[in-house]
Ligand binder design. Structure first.
Ligand SMILES: Nc1ncnc2c1ncn2[C@@H]1O[C@H](COP(=O)(O)OP(=O)(O)O)[C@@H](O)[C@H]1O
Ligand SMILES: [Mg+2]
Length: 140
């Protein structure tokens, strides 16, 4: 199922994440595609809120991976500095794709195309010239 939403503000982006969280179940993988500054981490903050996670969600860029516990465990991965599935396997993070428990949400999945192939939800964020973000959500 595909749908397109226009998010005009960071708040609307978060609300979209809260909405997305409702459909998430253990073992799911969510890919967030979009350039730097598109709003991926903002969407993850909303997903965390929807999963009743009260910890502050920060960009995992320098750590690659962070996890949070709410209604489900949220595994937040940033593959920006990853160039292959083998590289993820070297640090054991391939086990999160898909996760045995919880949901995995990945920024920069396009770095490892196999991740997109196995994703249950693929979100593509495209900034428009007026600052709003077009969000295309494809659920498999
Ligand atoms: N829908 C939106 N409209 C306008 N600004 C947004 C929207 N979503 C996010 N932003 C803003 O864009 C900036 C980058 O967002 P961020 O989520 O860190 O992007 P990314 O993780 O894709 O690099 C932040 O200042 C954020 O508040
Ligand atoms: Mg980010």
């Amino acid at each position: 199922m595909d749908r397109t939403i226009l998010a005009h503000t960071p708040t609307e982006m978060e609300e979209l994440g809260v909405d997305l969280a409702e459909g998430l179940r253990d073992g799911m993988v969510v890919s967030l595609i979009g350039e730097l500054g598109a709003g991926k981490t903002t969407l993850v903050k909303g997903i965390a809120k929807g999963l009743l996670i009260t910890d502050l969600v920060v960009s995992p860029s320098y750590l690659i991976y962070r996890s949070y516990k709410g209604r489900l465990v949220l595994h937040h991965l940033d593959a920006y500095r990853v160039s292959s599935l083998e590289e993820l396997a070297e640090v054991g993070l391939d086990q999160l794709i898909p996760p045995a428990e919880g949901v995995t949400v990945i920024e920069w999945p396009e770095r490892v195309p196999e991740i997109i192939d196995v994703s249950d939800v693929v979100v593509r964020i495209t900034p428009h010239p007026d600052g709003s973000r077009q969000v295309d959500i494809s659920t498999r």
